[in-house]
Design a protein around this ligand. Structure first.
Ligand code: HEC
Length: 134
């Protein structure tokens, strides 16, 4: 009797593991990446993180929510302040469309870059920082 129960537990855990592995996809990856950006807000600028309603610069927003992917081009993200990666997008779509795509999400990028407390204007400011000097 006990052996049967033991076997049942083993079989159940195998199924659970198989299901977990099957669910491993891009969105799970994005979920795991997300907290890294949030941690950086707290680590990089504690006084501003405490004043939630205060205005944040594009650079602050970028540092908190976008740098995780855009600093080194994770998942093909255009790299920050690298003209060759941004100029073709800006030429082809124009700033407003690129901005809208960042709000709605595009390809592997989640809507708003997964920044839960960003407004549309915050996203705009972060993009302006990413394309500064281009
Ligand atoms: C999880 C990774 C990730 C995060 C975080 C992220 N991005 Fe992106 N971003 C991408 C990827 C990947 C692309 C390229 C998507 C494509 O063209 O298929 C992209 C593209 C863009 C583009 C170009 C859109 C276009 O139309 O060409 C903009 C603008 C942008 N991101 C802004 C931001 C801003 C602003 C933030 C922070 C608030 C941010 N991203 C956070 C991954 C990310």
């Amino acid at each position: 009797m006990k052996v049967k129960a033991f076997i049942a537990v083993i079989v159940a855990s195998c199924c659970f593991i198989a299901v977990s592995i099957a669910q491993e996809d891009n969105s799970a990856l994005l979920e795991r990446i997300k907290p890294v950006g949030k941690l950086q807000i707290a680590g990089a600028a504690p006084p501003q993180a405490a004043v939630a309603a205060g205005p944040r610069s594009g650079k602050d927003i970028y540092a908190g929510a976008c740098t995780a992917c855009h600093a080194i081009g994770v998942l093909g993200a255009p790299k920050t302040q690298v003209s060759a990666e941004w100029q073709p997008r800006l030429d082809e779509k124009g700033f407003d469309q690129v901005w809208k795509n960042a709000i709605d999400g595009i390809g592997a990028m989640p809507p708003m870059g997964a920044c839960g407390d960003c407004t549309d204007d915050d996203i705009k400011a972060a993009i302006e920082y990413m394309i500064e000097g281009i």
